[in-house]
Ligand binder design. Structure first.
Ligand SMILES: C[S@@+](CC[C@H](N)C(=O)[O-])C[C@H]1O[C@@H](n2cnc3c(N)ncnc32)[C@H](O)[C@@H]1O
Length: 263
C-alpha cells in the first residue's frame, strides 16, 4: 500500500521558515514551492532549509545577474554583491575579449560575463573538485574549466593574452571566519572563505603572477572589504598594475581593478 504525502501550503511553509529564523520566509517559500517536484520533495526541502542549509543549496541553484546558476552542496554560493564586479568587467572588456575566471566556484562570474560582453574565449579554474564539476555544468560549451591551484592548470598559451582576469578569491581574514553567518561557516568550504591572516594572502599570489598572464592593458578585477582597500591597492601597485577602486553602495560592494602595462 502506498500513501501520498499531503502537500504543505505556502502559508504553512512561511510559518515553519519564520520559526526557524529565515528573514525572507515569504520569498523563500515561493521559491521552494516553485522548485519542488513533488509534495514529498517540498517537505524535505522545507526541513533542510529550516535546519540551516543555505537556500541556494536547498534549491540547487542561485540567481546571479538574472541567470540561474547551479550550486552544489559545499560549493560557494555566488553573492549578489559580486554582480557589481561583473558589471565593471563587462564595461572594460574589449570586443572578442579573452577572459579568465580564477577561483571560479560555480562559474557564475564567467557565465555572467559571457552574457554581458563579447568574449572570444572564456577559461575558468578552481582548486575544489566540487566547484569544478559545478562550473563545467554551468558553463557548458561557453568556456573551459580547469582544476588546480590558481594559474597552474591554465594553458600556457594564455600567457600575455588575458584581457579580463576575474578573481573573486577568498578574502575573509582567518580570525574573522567565526563571525560569518552560520550558513557560510557550516556549509561552504573553508578554502572558499579563508584569505589568511589579513584576508589578502590568496590575492597576493594572484597579483604576483597577474602581469605575466594579462594582455597589454588587460585588467585584473577582485572584490575586497572596504577596510582592505588601501593594502590591496598597495599590493596591486607593487606588482606592476595600476590600481583603481570602484564601489557600489546599493550592493555594498568594493572592487579593486588593476590594469596592466600597455606595452
Ligand atoms: C570566495 S569563493 C568565490 C567563488 C566564485 N568566484 C564566486 O564569486 O561565486 C573563492 C573560490 O576560490 C577557490 N580557491 C581557493 N583557493 C584557491 C586556489 N589556491 N586555487 C584555485 N582556487 C582556489 C575556492 O575553492 C572557491 O571556490
Amino acid at each position: 500500500m502506498s500513501f501520498s504525502v499531503p502537500s504543505l501550503s505556502e502559508p504553512a511553509i512561511v510559518t515553519r521558515l519564520r520559526a526557524a529564523g529565515c528573514v525572507f520566509a515569504e520569498e523563500e517559500a515561493r521559491l521552494l514551492v516553485s522548485t519542488a517536484t513533488t509534495p514529498a520533495d517540498l517537505g524535505a526541502m522545507v526541513e533542510r532549509r529550516a535546519g540551516g542549509l543555505p537556500l541556494e543549496h536547498v534549491l540547487g541553484w542561485a540567481e546571479f545577474r538574472g541567470l540561474r546558476v547551479e550550486v552544489d552542496a559545499g560549493v560557494f554560493v555566488p553573492r549578489r554583491r559580486t554582480e557589481f564586479l561583473v558589471g565593471e568587467a563587462a564595461a572594460l572588456a574589449p570586443p572578442r575579449a579573452v577572459a579568465v575566471d580564477l577561483c571560479c566556484g560555480a562559474g557564475a562570474l564567467g557565465l555572467a560575463l559571457a552574457e554581458a560582453a563579447d568574449l572570444a574565449e572564456l577559461h575558468a579554474a578552481d582548486i575544489a573538485p566540487a566547484a569544478v564539476r559545478c562550473a563545467r555544468r554551468n558553463l557548458g560549451d561557453r568556456g573551459r574549466v580547469y582544476e588546480g591551484d590558481l594559474f597552474d592548470p591554465l594553458p600556457a598559451s594564455l600567457r600575455g593574452r588575458v584581457d579580463i582576469l576575474l578573481a573573486n578569491v577568498p578574502y575573509v581574514p582567518t580570525g574573522e571566519l567565526g563571525l560569518l553567518p552560520s550558513e557560510a561557516r557550516e556549509h561552504e568550504a573553508r578554502t572558499a572563505l579563508d584569505g589568511g591572516a589579513d584576508g589578502l594572502a590568496v590575492l597576493r599570489r594572484v597579483t604576483a603572477a597577474a602581469v605575466a598572464w594579462l594582455a597589454p592593458g588587460g585588467h585584473l578585477l577582485f572584490e575586497t572589504s572596504e577596510r582592505q582597500v588601501p593594502r590591496a591597492a598597495q599590493i596591486v601597485a607593487g606588482d606592476g598594475l595600476v590600481p583603481r577602486v570602484a564601489t557600489c553602495e546599493e550592493l555594498y560592494a568594493t572592487v579593486v581593478i588593476g590594469t596592466g602595462p600597455t606595452g
